[in-house]
Each structure stands twice: as structure tokens, then as C-alpha cells.
Ligand binder design. Structure first.
Ligand code: AGP
Length: 634
């Protein structure tokens, strides 16, 4: 997820771009850049003649020469402030575009920062999204003589536009788009056509702001809310030609599209959170998009296929997989254990990093260490990665941050594409980590032949629609909010489940603990009677996950045990199992889904419940006490 900006008009573009990027840094901040249109200007007059002493002749006429108009690119790895330092004094110009990056392809570096230009430097482009078919396009363009200077997928776009440019930037962009698959919000300018900005959108957000004699373009409303509150929300497959006093919106083929102007009512603070009160709620609602972005490019011929990620070699002859992580990432690993054992038939051992690193491991030489880390900087997890490598074990990292320490030091990496996760409590990163567990499990099952093609196809089909099921669960928000309001005063809660439901119960309990400060205990439902049942008392809320069809009978008998001791039971159950849950005091119904995929939907009500419990208790949801977003100390 990146931040893109554009400006054309009678004001100075540079301060507008810089201000906009600063408001979009929450979308990505590993590098930043700006492309500035520099109009043609008189060259500094050089007198034609000098006298014998070499002094310039003051008499005589000089030919007035002009510097061609051009586009100046300033871009830098690091935070926006570092790019601003390089930029120095703001130049004056009527046209500029800018970008703040969340790396997806190519580590954070000056060369990989946007904007990217064509070979001539006269066309500049910024992009948010993923060009899925960039590798083939890049190869072809290099064969045709184009010089690439970055590792990014984005650079392919600007060379494609160059290839088809013959005096009309609009037509060249339209033509280039016919070759591109993936998600994009692109913004393009050309030194030879300084009266316009061309933009196009598919899957990544984009808005156009309407000013007086000036027009703005941004990923998101926060970037321009101080300049105008009249915007067009650009939708998928829309193409925009922007001038200082006009905006023409069409489809990619050029057919006009009529659009209402949206009047923004948010204030600046609310806008950064996309209108949500907290980043956590925004990120809970971003999960469908995050799942789509993480899935993108990993389905071929209706099967999950990760062969483009180059991970297969470390799994040849593999006999064991260690999954080690911390906190929420560890909980994703618990789901991963069941998924990999069930689908790929590989033995999996899971552990929390701070414990694993002090065990005297009997390493199986035919094993792979998988570390999961949203930030890619967690000290305990990094220590385990290094310990595994010291013992000659290949390491696969699953992380959300391109170029993070974990990504750089692992032998192979699978990225989640959740975009920056700002709230300390992890939600969309967890969901995309789960998705990567399924993708890896199904990929290895296909490679190892441990599942039938029909089973693989059916699960792949369900996974391609899992975002819609999450969307469906999100519509239950108000009901879950009411539940939180009812139980906001409790001091102790239990989360119960069996199998995958137990793994998700652990994540639900952590969410509640870390943002509402309520004591929450996750327990294997079958284990409660071996002691913790003594803690169950009148009115203690028990959240029971019931999504594993083959375990529902057993779980229900555990629920009867706690009900008999006065517990209040909230069932989070699949629609097809609700009959079995009649005895529960409350029911949150989930859409029916293959039990092995259930964690991706059953966690959502727990996230929402924890969020509202924290709200009702007046806690600081995005920055809970005592915690940090990335724990880089041991
Ligand atoms: C999750 O809600 C917590 N903020 C925390 O447990 C987190 O998952 C843990 O610190 C691991 O972080 P990482 O994924 O960045 O390594």
C-alpha cells in the first residue's frame, strides 16, 4: 500500500505534494519521491565574445538560448523528511507528482523509490499496487532496448508507455494498460505535455480533488482534505485526464463516465483513518482487501501455485517444519501447523520464539524453519532465525515488510500484502498470515501429491472467495458491539475451542487482553475439566468457537460443563452448526465454510468484540498501555 499524489494548477505544486505525502505516510514510508515539471527557460546568458584579456565583451548581441522543459526527479530511501532534505528549497512549478512507498517488489532503496521514468526521462510515473505480469513485460521491454534501473514491478509501466508514446500521453497510457494485469493506481506526467496529468485505477484507491484553477490527485482523502472537500472517488477501470480546470473521466477504452462530486464531511484527523475512529477498526475492515492483495498472483489454472516465489527447493525431501514466532504471529503459526500437517502431510513443530531459542534443539537436518513476523524486526524471532541458520537449517520468512531484517536474513520469503499495520493490535496482518499458511499448505500438497486435484481445486475456489465471507462477517459489527456493551464490566473471560478453534481462541484472548486490559484465558475445551474449570463462576463470559464440524459434539459437552457452573456462553458458530449451539446464551453466526478455512472468518468477530470492549472501557485502542507495535528488544 503506497501513497500517491498529483497536482496541476495555478499554485505551486511542490508544497501541495509534500504536504499530501506527509498525510499519506501511514500508507507506507520506506522511501519517497517527487517528479517536478521544470518549464523551458532562458539559459544563463553567456556573452558571445571576450576581449584580449579574456574579459567578457559587454557590447554586441548574445543569442538567447532556451533550456528544454524537463522533469526533475528527487527520490530517497527512508522517511519523507529525508527526501525533503535532498529537495532543499522548494522549486516553483505548476505540475508535480509524488509517492511514499510501501515496498512490494524490490527492497527499499533510492533506485526502487518512485517516481520512475522512461529511458528519456521525459515521462514520469508513480504507482500503488502490484503489476502481476511484470516479469514477462520487463523481459520483452529489455529485449526491445529499454534500460531498467530498478527492481520494481512499477518501472515496467513507464517503459510500456514510452514504447507507445507518439505525441499523445493519454493514448500511450491507454495502450499500455491493455498489456498489464494486477492492481494499480497510476499517475503519469510528461515534459512534452505539461498541461495534464493522466491517471488510471484498478483495485488500488484514488481520488481527484477539485479546486479553483487547480486539481489534485491522491490515494486517499486525507492528503488533500485541507485543500478541497469536493472530490471524485475514482473507481476500478476508470481513466482520468486531469487539467488545472477540467477532469475528464472515462473507461480504459475512452467511453465517458458520468460521476457525482462527493462532498467530504470528515475533519483531517478522521480522514487519516479513512473515516474510522481508530486505525484498528480501519484495519479490521481492510482485511478483505488485504486478503485479495495477498492472494493476487498465486492462483494459476484454478490451483494455488507459489512457484513464482522460488521456495520449492528448500522443501525438497523436507521431513519437518518448525514454525516459530511471537504473539499473534505465533497464533497464525498454530493454524499453519494444522494446515500443513493435514494438507501437505509434513510434520510440524510450533513454539514461541522466546522459548524455542533456549531449548537444546535436536535439529532434523531435513527440516525447514518458518518464522512469521508482521514487522520483520521482532528480536526474539530474529534470534531464532539466526540460530536455525547457524545450524544449517534453511529459513522461510513470512513477513509484511519488504526489506525488513527477517526478510533480508531468511533464505526465502513469502510476503503478506496487508499494507502498513498501524494499530498495535494485529488484525489484517494476522489474517494475511493465515492466508499464507493456506497458500503454502495447498501449494506443497499439490507439489507432493498429498491431496487430490479435486480437493485442491475445491479449497482454492473457497479461498478465492474468502474475502467475501469476511465482508459478510463484518456486517455483524453492530450486533457484536452490543455484546461488548453488555459485557464491558467483566474482569475475567474464557475463550474455548478444539483444534483450529483453540488456535483462534488464543488469538481472540490476546486481542481482548492487549487492548481492553480484561483478563482473558484461552483454553482447549477438552482440557478445562483438568483444573481451570474451578475458575468458572456465575456470570463469567465464555466465548466458544464452534466451526469444526467433527468436534462439535465434544465441544458442546464442554459448554454444558461451564454452563452448569453459571458461565454465560457466547457461541461463535457456523450457520450449519447453530442447532447444536441452541443452549448457548448468545450466538454470533458465521457463514458456512470448509472447517479447515474457518479461522479466517471466525477471528473477525473476536477482533470486533475486543475493539468495542476496549472502547467501552475507555482504553487507548491503537496504542494500548505497556505495548509497542514492534518489539525489537528481548
Ligand atoms: C499482536 O496483536 C501483538 N501486537 C503482538 O503479539 C505481535 O503479534 C508480536 O509482537 C509479534 O510481532 P511481529 O509479527 O511483528 O513479529
Amino acid at each position: 500500500m503506497c501513497g500517491i499524489m498529483g497536482y496541476i494548477g495555478n499554485g505551486n505544486a511542490v508544497p501541495v505534494i509534500i504536504d499530501g505525502l506527509s498525510k499519506l505516510e501511514y500508507r507506507g514510508y520506506d522511501s519517497a519521491g517527487i517528479a517536478i515539471y521544470k518549464p523551458s527557460q532562458e539559459k544563463k546568458q553567456q556573452p558571445l565574445l571576450v576581449d584580449q584579456k579574456g574579459e567578457p565583451e559587454t557590447s554586441g548581441s548574445a543569442i538567447i538560448e532556451y533550456e528544454d522543459a524537463y522533469i526533475e526527479i528527487i527520490k530517497k530511501k527512508g522517511r519523507l523528511t529525508e527526501m525533503i532534505e535532498v529537495l532543499g528549497e522548494f522549486p516553483t512549478t505548476s505540475l508535480a507528482i509524488g509517492h511514499t512507498r510501501w515496498a512490494t517488489h524490490g527492497v527499499p532503496s533510492d533506485a526502487n523509490a518512485h517516481p520512475h521514468t522512461d529511458c528519456s526521462g521525459r515521462i514520469a510515473l508513480v504507482h500503488n499496487g502490484i503489476i502481476e505480469n511484470y516479469a514477462g513485460l520487463r523481459k520483452q521491454l529489455i529485449l526491445e532496448g529499454h534500460d531498467f534501473v530498478s527492481e520494481t514491478d512499477t518501472e515496467v509501466m513507464v517503459h510500456l508507455i514510452e514504447k507507445y508514446y507518439n505525441g499523445s500521453l493519454e493514448e500511450a497510457v491507454r495502450k499500455a494498460l491493455t498489456y498489464v494485469h494486477g492492481s494499480f493506481a497510476i499517475v503519469v506526467i510528461c515534459a512534452d505535455e505539461p498541461d495534464k496529468i493522466i491517471a488510471a485505477k484498478k483495485a488500488s484507491p484514488m481520488i481527484v480533488g477539485l479546486g479553483e484553477g487547480e486539481t489534485f490527485l491522491a490515494s486517499d482523502i486525507p492528503a488533500i482534505i485541507g485543500k478541497t472537500k469536493r472530490v471524485y472517488i475514482i473507481e476500478d477501470d476508470e481513466f482520468v485526464v486531469i487539467k488545472s480546470d477540467s477532469v475528464v473521466i472515462t473507461d480504459f477504452e475512452g467511453n465517458p463516465i458520468a460521476k457525482e462530486i462527493f462532498e467530504v464531511t470528515w475533519d483531517v484527523e478522521a480522514a487519516e483513518k479513512g473515516g474510522y475512529e481508530h486505525f484498528m477498526l480501519k484495519e479490521i475492515h481492510e482485511q478483505p482487501t488485504a486478503l485479495r492483495e495477498t492472494l493476487r498472483g498465486n492462483i494459476k489454472n484454478n490451483m494455488i501455485d507459489l512457484s513464482d516465489l522460488g521456495i520449492d527447493d528448500i522443501f525438497t525431501d523436507v521431513e519437518k517444519i518448525y514454525i516459530v514466532a511471537c504473539g499473534t504471529a505465533y497464533h497464525a503459526g498454530l493454524v499453519g501447523r494444522t494446515v500443513l500437517e493435514k494438507l501437505a502431510r509434513i510434520s510440524v513443530e510450533t513454539d514461541i520464539a522466546s522459548e524455542f531459542r533456549y531449548r537444546d534443539i535436536l535439529w532434523n537436518p531435513h527440516s525447514v524453519m518458518m518464522v512469521i513476523s508482521q514487522s520483520g524486526e521482532t528480536a526474539d524471532t530474529l534470534a531464532v532465525l539466526r540460530e536455525a541458520k547457524r545450524n544449517g537449517i534453511k529459513v522461510l520468512a513470512v513477513t509484511n515488510v519488504v526489506g525488513s531484517s527477517v526478510a533480508r536474513e531468511a533464505d526465502r520469503v513469502i510476503y503478506t500484502h496487508a499494507g502498513p499495520e498501524i494499530a498495535v493490535a494485529s488484525t489484517k496482518a494476522y489474517s494475511t498470515q493465515l492466508l499464507v499458511m493456506y497458500l503454502l499448505g495447498l501449494h506443497l500438497a499439490r507439489v507432493r501429491g498429498t491431496c487430490s486435484p479435486q480437493e485442491l481445486a475445491e479449497l482454492a475456489e473457497e479461498i478465492t472467495h474468502i474475502d467475501e465471507l469476511v465482508e459478510q462477517v463484518l456486517t455483524e459489527e453492530d450486533k457484536i458491539k452490543k455484546l461488548a456493551e453488555k459485557y464491558q464490566g467483566v474482569q475475567d473471560t474464557f475463550f474455548l475451542g478444539r483444534g483450529l478453534d483453540y488456535a483462534v481462541a488464543m488469538e481472540g484472548a490476546l486481542k481482548l487482553k492487549e487492548i481492553s486490559y480484561i483478563h482473558a484465558e484461552a483454553y482447549a475445551a477438552g482440557e478445562l475439566k483438568h483444573g481451570p474449570l474451578a475458575l468458572i463462576d456465575e456470570g463469567v463470559p465464555v466465548l466458544a468457537l464452534i466451526t469444526q464440524d467433527n468436534l462439535v459434539e465434544k465441544t458442546m459437552s464442554n459448554i454444558k460443563e461451564v454452563k452448569a457452573r453459571g458461565a454465560v456462553v457466547v457461541a461463535i458458530c457456523k450457520e450449519n452448526l447453530q442447532e447444536a449451539c441452541q443452549e448457548c446464551d448468545e450466538q454470533i453466526l458465521l457463514p458456512n465454510v470448509n472447517p479447515i478455512l474457518a479461522p479466517m472468518v471466525s477471528v473477525v468477530p473476536l477482533q470486533i468484540f475486543s475493539y468495542y470492549m476496549a472502547i467501552f472501557r475507555g482504553a487507548d485502542v491503537d496504542k494500548p498501555r505497556n505495548l509497542a507495535k514492534s518489539v525489537t528488544v528481548e
